[in-house]
Design a protein around this ligand. Sequence first.
Ligand code: SF4
Length: 243
Amino acid sequence: MSEQNPSELQQVLSNIQKFFMQEVDLFGNVMYPSESGKGKKTDETAAAGYPQEPWASAAALDELNARICECQKCSLGVTRTKFVFGVGNPHAEIVLIGEAPGADEDAQGEPFVGRAGQLLNKILEAIHLKREEVFICNILKCRPPNNRDPQPEEVEQCEPYLWKQLELIKPKIILCLGRISAQTLLKTNDSLTKLREKVHDYRGIPLMVTFHPAALLRNPGWKRPTWEDVQKFRKKYDELMQK
Ligand code: SF4
């Protein structure tokens, strides 16, 4: 066996150290060996359209949360206070999706808290649902500064986490909260009025749209159409549960 000189050895060690520093930057301090081998997508993750990353093989929501909660894939990772994964029943039939955490959510690490969250709880009660029965999350897991709209590059980085959440929860239906959330998920510029008119499809899951609770706080006149939306949503959900 040929002997390596000290400078070659130092170079090898430095490359190894760089590799592990990159892994820590991307995935935190925990290593997640891929069963299929690094650099090779599994058929399952390829079919689901996930990036080639270790979190894609998470088998449960808790595991997914642990793997992504230190994410720094977009600039919001630097400015957030808390990562907001989502809360609720991990086997919920219904998933509610907003656009991104606001100030209260960023501070508490939970989506839809504060006044908007209390209103959302009332909306759910109006259709005989409890917050604990559903799963609630956002497209972006970190707060955009000053509550600005999500940027396309942030959505591109973060939306695959939502896909994985939905794959693990397997809901029967999604209720999208607000214009931005609906336009972002459905990749459209259609108005909220138009989007509220029909049942859409998001990755094979029926999706309906209504107002964001924060918008209702600003404009109470939208409470009536929201009530009508959620009645339709409940009817659709009941139909799906009978199949
Ligand atoms: S918003 Fe999403 S992609 Fe950006 S840092 Fe947070 S978790 Fe990562």
